[in-house]
Design a protein around this ligand. Structure first.
Ligand SMILES: [Mg+2]
Length: 448
């Protein structure tokens, strides 16, 4: 295959989209084929390294395919090749086999089952998804220091300047996909372009289990042929407004003036779309700054709660926050309590400890002290939300070990509880006071 074909035969004016890499019909299909194509690509891109001196596509958008459903198929071989729906109520994820029947994320469960009666519906296992996400992020961080997480299953990676060390962006992407498949057992799609926006569009087009490069000279041709829904930030409402006016492709959007788009969609949306349709997206990939605080909150609604019930909520919050801190290897000195009252007024109270900690009993005692001081206000105004955060964070490795001056070995208990929860799930062990209380479904977040 000639160089020109490998690198420019991606979606082009001449016809239909073409993938660099292979798109198996479903996640377990034809892996060897990927490598054959990958080998061809890496030879070709070796030859043309000098073409990519400046303004080369170095931004990767890596996005796991049907994430929750793929984890289910990975962990239960009987589900492979079958239409799988995660979530019995609203569809949280659907495997590509289910998507073929029109099942989509966020669709009602009844409708999904009507569309695909033979779908296997499984309950979500958030702990397994959080674990898989962590493993995938480890591969990302191994690939380049410049990783910007978008959610638990997708991130931007900038591989600029890594040519000598790790090869061309295409080679890096091929390796990344291979590592995620080998080490985590999941299919991931990568789009490569000069801008974040275009890289994300490319991965969307290449899904599932694909790899797609948009060469600089093909950017506008690639973009303008796509339906408007592919533009980042165009949801059903905006797409509807555009389609009402007969605008169905990005090229047609690009043909409009910014003024016309603003008149149609409002100022923010209009400007955003105008910029994207002309491929203007100067945003760099920004590695996530480390969190400065870790917190969680719980809305209580308008029903009055007893102080015992509020205390139970506080315990649940502190448990969750300190566990996240320990998982992330962070400790903190400042405990922050946030309250919202029935009249919508708010209060924030904080207390700074003499030394940083992630121990549940210390953070809980501090939060309880802060809460106790607010009891008169709570009784007067009624409480509708409680939040707990720990700020002034540092790495736990940086903290000097202190002698256990008191006999209470909180650290050892925390460690034991963390261990049980990470092996058997978050609800495997809980405090007696929290039994029977609905903690709500907690959706996995980006790693802290
Ligand atoms: Mg995804």
């Amino acid at each position: 295959m000639s160089l020109r074909r490998v690198l420019s035969d991606v979606p082009g004016a001449a016809g239909r989209s073409r993938r660099v890499g292979v798109r198996p019909l479903h996640p377990r299909a034809k892996f060897s084929e990927t490598y054959r194509v990958a080998a061809r690509i890496s030879r070709a891109s070796d030859l043309c390294e000098h073409l990519f001196v400046s303004g080369a596509p170095t931004i990767l958008h890596a996005d796991l395919d049907a994430f929750y459903a793929s984890v289910e198929q990975r962990d239960d071989p009987r589900l492979r090749g079958l239409p799988v729906i995660v979530g019995a109520g609203v569809v949280l994820a659907a495997s590509y086999e289910a998507r073929a029947y029109g099942v989509r994320t966020a669709m009602g469960g009844a409708r999904a089952r009507r569309l695909c009666p033979r779908a296997v519906v499984v309950p979500p296992r958030m702990a397994a998804y959080a674990e898989a996400s962590k493993a995938v992020y480890a591969v990302f961080e191994d690939t380049t220091p410049v990783v910007e997480g978008l959610s638990i299953d997708e991130a931007f990676l900038d591989v600029r300047g890594l040519e000598r060390l790790a090869g061309s962006p295409v080679e890096i992407a091929v390796r990344l996909r291979h590592h995620v498949r080998e080490q985590v057992g999941l299919p991931i799609t990568v789009g490569i372009a000069r801008t974040k926006f275009l890289a994300k569009v490319a991965s969307g087009v290449a899904k599932p289990d694909g790899l797609l490069v948009v060469p600089p000279e093909r950017e506008l041709v690639f973009l303008h042929r796509l339906p408007v829904e592919r533009l980042w930030g165009v949801g059903a409402v905006t797409a509807g407004k555009l389609r009402e006016r007969g605008i169905t492709t990005v090229g047609e959007v690009a043909g409009l003036t910014e003024g016309a788009l603003v008149a149609m969609l409002g100022r923010a949306s209009g400007r955003h779309l105008h910029a994207l349709a002309h491929n203007r997206d100067p945003r760099p990939v920004q590695p996530r700054r480390r969190r400065r605080s870790i917190g969680s909150q719980h809305a209580l609604g308008r029903t009055p709660r007893s102080l015992d019930a509020v205390d139970a909520v506080l315990i649940g919050l502190v448990d969750r926050v300190t566990r996240r801190m320990r998982t992330a290897g962070r400790v903190g000195r400042t405990v922050v309590l946030r309250l919202r009252f029935s009249d919508f007024s708010r209060a924030t109270r904080s207390h700074t400890l003499p030394r940083a900690t992630a121990e549940t009993h210390i953070v809980l005692a501090t939060a309880r002290g802060l809460l106790a001081a607010e009891i008169p206000t709570i009784e007067r105004r009624g409480l509708t939300l409680v939040g707990v955060a720990v700020a002034n964070l540092e790495d736990d490795r940086a903290v000097q070990l202190t002698l256990p001056f008191d006999s209470y070995s909180g650290g050892a208990l925390d460690t034991a509880l963390d261990e049980v929860r990470s092996r058997f799930g978050r609800s495997a062990i809980t405090r007696a006071v929290l039994l029977g209380r609905d903690e709500g479904l907690s959706v996995p977040l980006l790693p802290d």
